[in-house]
Design a protein around this ligand. Sequence first.
Ligand code: PHE
Length: 455
Amino acid sequence: MAENQQQAGNPAQWSSRFAFIMAAVGSAVGLGNIWKFPYIVGENGGGAFVLVYLACIAVIGLPIMIAEVMLGRRAGHSPIGTMAAVARAEGRSRGWQGVGIMVTLTAFIILSFYSVIAGWTLPYILRAVGGGFSGIAAEESGALFDGLLASPGQLLLWHTVVMGLTVLVSAGGVRHGLERVITKLMPALFVLLLILVGYAMTSGHFGEAVTFLFKPDFSALTAEAVLVALGHAFFTLSLASGAMMAYGAYLKKEVPIVRTSITVALLDTGVALLAGLAIFPIVFAYGLAPGEGPGLIFVTLPVAFGQMPGGSFFATLFFVLLLFAAWTSSISMLESLVSYLNEKGVSRVKAAVGGGLVAWLVGITTVLSLNDWSGFAPLGMFERFEGKTLFDLYDYLTANIMMPLGALLTAIFVGWKMKPEHSAVELGRWHRLWFPVVRYLSPIAVLIVFYFNLR
Ligand code: PHE
């Protein structure tokens, strides 16, 4: 089978290095870059936080991404199958398959709520197209957003649409589904983003945004912010969720893993920074607050769009961009599970529909967490989880526990359990640099964060 997979026309493999890069960047670039990154930068004081985040990407995120892509390509299976196969080949315990199971579950839980948030973009697109933001005041914009969250029916509808779009592409398979759609959406996304940055440059407040993003003020940095930065580095690079491992499995042997992973990490980081450069000039130009929080782009930006010339056009571009970004990420979240079921003999169509359906059902609990069940805190008896809804718990469990744990175990596996000669074959001359980092630095850094997070 390994031989077969090398054939150029294999529909279960990316056709080119470019296709892999687009798919991996499609996975990495998502709500994390355009929705979350700007608002956590805003909340954590700007430049110093950005610097710490960049360091986390370079020192911890990138080495682990390389590890995941390498493992996936070496075995060529789903994340569960890959962990089992590589552990066996290395003479290690079958228990390592558990890492594959955990990351698949992580992706699945994230997908269930991610699809709900991604769905928010749809009513915003419709409203933007109809010019519905023109002249909108801040309170009105806040009320619109609150109104959306308060309506289980609306949220469910949009959640259903996003999950449907995700399943549709996933069911089409690697080359005919994922590659075909993602290689069109991603370039479109880059163009849309550049147009928005171009507009932001004319806002008269571009310099202010550059200063905010790039001039570090370390007095604004807290220990908590460092934890947020590392957690976000995992999330934004789609690590410890099987996405990169699953996509790595479809990569041809001749593609250089380290250089390709660096490109993916750079593009992901570039998009996050560009999103900041598109959003903050507008925030500053209209006297809005950068520390607004999760509502930053849904509450704050419409006010600005409503005042600027051509606002409907830019608002439409912006929310379409967000939808594309979230869609290509959702597709990758489903891939760990779909590839596993596929390996077990379930057809891709059945696997995608079945997986999507269960994630959709679980997603309903997130829909309700935002309104009818907002007072329901299932683990409220523990102080740490007081007031946390089911949605909050999914987010907490995946971001603070499952992702760091998955990343830690991956680093331990490649750094201590796998023979360095074997990873050297896959990585070439970069191995000498990568190996000590993933063996010592990455696990220690993750452990430190874990300690502070769970303290
Ligand atoms: N990286 C995506 C984002 O930033 C989220 C993601 C997490 C995608 C895990 C796949 C797997 O939005």
